[in-house]
Design a protein around this ligand. Sequence first.
Ligand code: GLN
Length: 310
Amino acid sequence: MAAPDLGRIVADIYAELAPRIGEGEVADYIPELAQVNPRQFGIAVITPEGEVVTAGDADRPFSIQSISKVFLLTLALGRIGESLWTRVGREPSGSAFNSIVQLEQEAGRPRNPFINAGAIVVTDVAMAGHSPREAIGEILTFMRYLADDEDILIDQAVAASELATGARNQALGWFMRSFDRLDHDVDKVLGVYFHHCAIAMSCRQLARAGLFLAAGGRDPVRGHAVVRPARARRINALMLTCGLYDASGDFAYRVGLPGKSGVGGGILAVAPGRAAICVWSPGLDGFGNSRLGGQALEALARRTGWSVFG
Ligand code: GLN
């Protein structure tokens, strides 16, 4: 297949969806996110060859929220390798991102690293040998390295807002603690968890940070290996099966790409060998996934033929 004209495709998709900017509901269970203007929409696509195509608000930082879970998983696998899977599963949950119900049935072991309970465990693993402050610093340094951008920051107002209203995540943490599933104090783990969810990045920065997943684990721009090819493949497999919570099946059906969403309205998607893509629009559907973002990715996959299913 001839290389798609990405500039044209992204501009067309932006123009087609622009009349619908503002659809959906912003996440309001985190008060600071409830303040976000829903009328924003950005797209960034970056290829392993270094081509970057953007549209709309692609350079405006937003709260990455659960997209951080991909990068925490990468860090935790780097720390303890495949033994991570004794702590967390690899199966889609079929329930909401903040659900507690399976934890009771499965002895406090979360179904996968991309639901909140799973990411809290992964955070606990990534904290080994670090104070919470050091752990947050390490995560931020990793994001800056991957995005090749030292300007990335944590939005402290969002982190404080999550801490103040995080009863559900506290419940998940304490419930797992009751099964002896955490090595560190629940409050410390949640402090680190809320801070990495509150990292602010733009579509361009997130697509750049995810590029190694589209390039067999290498940062193709700098020529560094971030992870081995098999690990990149497995992270992509988890994104495909679990990255959009209980809408992961629908996303695989409509888009056909590994993806990870966050309640800030971002979705990072990976077209292996082709591109890393980040879309952002704060209006969410009932599953907590960006409405316009999902539609933009569906159109992009259709126009480029990038679905992993051929
Ligand atoms: N920080 C959010 C939470 O813990 C992340 C959830 C999400 O993006 N789906 O609730």
